[in-house]
Design a protein around this ligand. Structure first.
Ligand SMILES: Nc1ccn([C@@H]2O[C@H](COP(=O)(O)OP(=O)(O)OP(=O)(O)O)[C@@H](O)[C@H]2O)c(=O)n1
Ligand SMILES: O=C(CO)[C@H](O)[C@H](O)COP(=O)(O)O
Length: 414
């Protein structure tokens, strides 16, 4: 899935990301500070059991809007075309499920490594998969490697690019966030020993990025204790490679799904993100038509949402373009008649696209009919096909509903 223009970070100079081929090699490292490194890979530790989530399914496989959480994280990383390889570390018993997710949701550039008993061991296994020449030659050792928890689905190209550029310059870099709670240190008897000055401390988040040789060397030297009980990759780079990571302020979205309420929050955020765009699909190019007037009325009412419109009678390729705008909410306006053919054609275009794979697609069919010509009861009977069609397309994750508007009394200034 090639990222749209809005996924570009604001940055000077041409964005290599605009290159069409995924994983395009970037200018070699060693160039000026702030320049891009050579090929970049990512390691996603996904071998945990999600004990704090309190459910049987490991949280990375818990479904949000019907789709496993890890698939959202993979989609976020795949929108970044300069990440050449993504290595996901999963347990042996979850390998098959992970392969099914990769196949079902069309994830590319993804390879699997076996997770370890701890997060650090899983990450180390992911790095080994990149370090050692693979028999199939699929993976190559990157100059910079991103490490990102599989359960942090809201990551964008901007922070990924920033940590990668900083790692290229400093050897290591990581996203941080202000502390929400104050950190305290309890004494042996369970009482307060001292508290840390919250303003002087930050929470370490993900993504993090490293010169590959720095972090791989650190893991190779890592003590069993650190592999077993450590939680901070930046600390390994400091302790074993004397590399002080550059710390970069990240956005509030970078949080890690840990408890059940985090899953509810993730679902709300995803719903909000996909409902920010509405596309009004009309069966005419006449800008004076009811469909276009409806778009303007919606734009005036829903000023926080991006409302676009497009005529349905686009040749195939153009149709695909409007689908690739990553819109998941459509208003299909049927003015001329209440027959189903045009709506069915539109829905089949949606079903054949990859949109319903990634998110539920909402289609509101708006039929403008003049009731003075035909009694309402007769019209409702002629629209019963909408209910049957809705049952059919729901199987493809398309949610269809119908709205009947009496055209003769319509005042589109509403
Ligand atoms: N042996 C492990 C443990 C954790 N992780 C991964 O590391 C990330 C962050 O770890 P955490 O939030 O602690 O996940 P869990 O260990 O699954 O959670 P819990 O501690 O609640 O069991 C997750 O993507 C998790 O799958 C991993 O790859 N291998
Ligand atoms: O915040 C982080 C910075 O590296 C890690 O995601 C966090 O430390 C992982 O710890 P745990 O696996 O116990 O949640």
């Amino acid at each position: 899935m090639e990222p749209g223009p809005r996924s570009r970070p604001a940055e000077p100079g041409p964005c290599v990301s605009a290159s069409p081929s995924a994983g395009a090699a970037l200018p070699a490292s060693g160039a000026e500070p702030g320049s891009r490194p050579a090929a970049v890979a990512a390691v996603l530790p996904a071998g945990g059991c999600g004990e704090r989530m309190g459910v049987r399914t490991p949280k990375q496989f818990c479904r949000v809007l019907g789709r496993p959480l890890i698939s959202y994280t993979l989609q976020a990383l795949e929108r970044v075309c300069w990440i050449k390889d993504i290595v996901v570390a999963v347990t042996r018993e979850n390998m098959e499920e992970m392969r099914n997710i990769i196949q079902r949701y069309g994830h590319k550039r993804v390879s699997l490594a076996e997770a370890g008993a701890t997060r650090h061991r899983s990450i180390f296994n992911g790095l080994k998969a990149l370090a050692e020449d693979q028999p199939d030659g699929k993976l190559t050792k990157p100059e910079v490697v991103i490490i990102h928890d599989a359960v942090r689905p809201f990551v964008d190209e901007d922070i990924l690019l920033r940590v990668v550029i900083a790692a290229n310059e400093h050897g290591a870099a990581g996203a941080i966030r202000p502390l929400v709670s104050t950190v305290i240190s309890p004494s042996a008897d369970g009482c307060l020993d001292h508290s840390l000055d919250r303003a002087q401390h930050r929470a370490s988040e993900m993504p993090q990025a490293f010169l590959f040789d720095v972090i791989y060397d650190a893991y190779q030297q890592c003590s069993d204790y650190d592999l077993e009980f450590g939680t901070e990759c930046l600390q390994l780079a400091l302790k074993y490679c004397h590399t002080k990571a550059k710390l970069l302020e990240g956005s509030p979205d970078l949080w890690k799904v840990t408890y059940k309420q985090d899953l509810y929050a993730a679902e709300s955020m995803i719903k909000e993100k996909i409902s920010q765009e509405i596309c009004v699909v009309v069966n005419t190019k006449d800008e004076e038509s009811v469909g276009y007037l409806l778009k303007e009325a919606l734009r005036n009412e829903l000023n926080c949402i991006n409302i676009t419109s497009t005529p349905l009678d686009l040749p195939g390729r153009d149709t695909q373009n409007f689908l690739m705008a990553q819109c998941y909410s459509f208003i299909h306006v049927n003015v001329v008649s209440s027959d189903s053919h045009e709506t069915q054609r539109f829905l089949s275009i949606i079903e054949e696209s990859s949109l319903p794979l990634l998110y539920p697609v909402v289609v509101v069919l708006v039929c403008f009919l003049d009731f003075t010509l035909v009694p309402l009861t007769q019209k409702m009977e002629s629209l019963v096909w909408i209910r049957d069609l809705a049952k059919e397309v729901k199987k493809s994750n398309v949610l269809l509903s119908g709205l009947l508007i009496n055209h003769s009394q319509l005042a589109l200034t509403v």
